[in-house]
Write a protein that binds this ligand. Sequence first.
Ligand code: GLA
Length: 389
Amino acid sequence: MTDSTDIYSAARDGFRERYGREPLGLWSAPGRVNLIGEHTDYNDGFVFPFAIDRRTVVALAPREDGVIRVGSTFAADTEEMAVESLSPDRIAGWSAYPFGVAWALLQHGADASTATGFDAYFASDVPVGAGLSSSAAIESAVAVALNEVWGLEYNKRTLARAGQLAENQVVGAPTGIMDQSASLFGKQDAAVFLDCRSLDAEVIPLGFEGAGLEILIIDTKVSHSHADGGYKDRRASCEAGAAAMGVESLRDLDADDLPRAESVLDDVTFRRVRHIVTENQRVLDTVRTLREEGPRAIGGLLDASHVSMRDDFEISVPELDLAVATAQASGAVGARMTGGGFGGAAIALVPSELVADVSRAVSAAFADAGYAAPDQFTVRPSEGARAER
Ligand code: GLA
C-alpha cells in the first residue's frame, strides 16, 4: 500500500521508469463501502454504496503497435498482450482486471480497428482483500482512461457494465454491478442509491460530517473470494427461489409475498429469499430515513441488515459478528458486515468522539477471542472515477 498523497507520483514515476517515456495522463477510481443493500444487486434490487477516499491511479499512454502492457507497484512483472488477442479465457492473475476491461469495452461495441494498444502503470492505496473493491477500483480507472483515449464516449452505466462483464467473464466471479457503479458514480459526502434493474443512479447526501459521524472500517483480515464457493451458492439459491416463486428476479417480491414463499420454498431457500426481500426494503427505508431524520436515525437499519445476513443469508463469520456486536456495545450508532461476506470488513457508524473507544474495544475483543488483530481505519465518502489533470 502506498501513502494516499503519493499514489499519483508513484503511478507517474513508475510509468516513466517502466516504459521510458511520459504518460499521456493519469486517471483514478476509488474503492467502495456498501452502506446497505447486500447481495441485492444481482437480484435486480437496490443498493446504497459510497466511494471511499482510497483510490487506484493509472498512468496510461497509447501505443502504435496494438500491444497492451500493464505494470504496477504491486507486481514485479509487466504483462503483455495484443489487443487482437484479448479473449476472456486467456487471462489470469491481477492483469485480468485491466485486460478484462479492455476486452469488455470491445464487447460493448468499441471499434477494434481504432482501439489502440497502450502502456499502463498502476498504484493504489485501496487495501486488497478487505472487501473494499480494490478490483472495481482498477476496472473503473481503466474504463475511464480508455473511454477517453479510445474516444468511446460511453456513459457511466456502460462503463460499469463493462467492469462487471470483465469481472464475470474474465476474472470468473459472478458478481453484480454495485462495486463498479459506486466507483464510477460516487460523490463527496454522498452515497449512490442505485436501482440495479434500471441502473438509475441517484446521488444522495449522507451528511455524516455535519452530524459528527464517521464510518469506521473493521477489516477482520479473514480472506474471501467471490470466484468460488459461498457467493456462487447464494446467487444460485436466489435464482432458484425466484424461479420457484414464478418471478423474473427476487426484486419482484415484497414482504406480502413472504408467507407464500415460506409455503412454497424449502427452509434454506426461504431464508435466502427473505434476506433479499427485507434488505431491499431496508435500502428504501435507509434512503427515506436519511432524508427525513438524518444519519443518526439509520443505525437500526444497519443493525437489522447484519442480523439478516448472519441468520438468513448466512454469509457472516464469527470475526465479523464480534466486530459488529462490539462496535454496537461500545457506542456505534449502527454496524454491519459489508460486501460479499465470508470474511472481509465490517462498518460501524460512530460519533467522531467515540471512534477511538470503539476501535480499542474491537481490538480488545479480538485479542480476547484469540483472533488475529483487525485493521481499523475511517473512510470518507468521496469522488468517483475521474481524469486527473
Ligand atoms: C460483492 C460483489 C457485489 C455484490 C456484493 C454483495 O462485493 O462484487 O456485486 O454482490 O458482493 O452485496
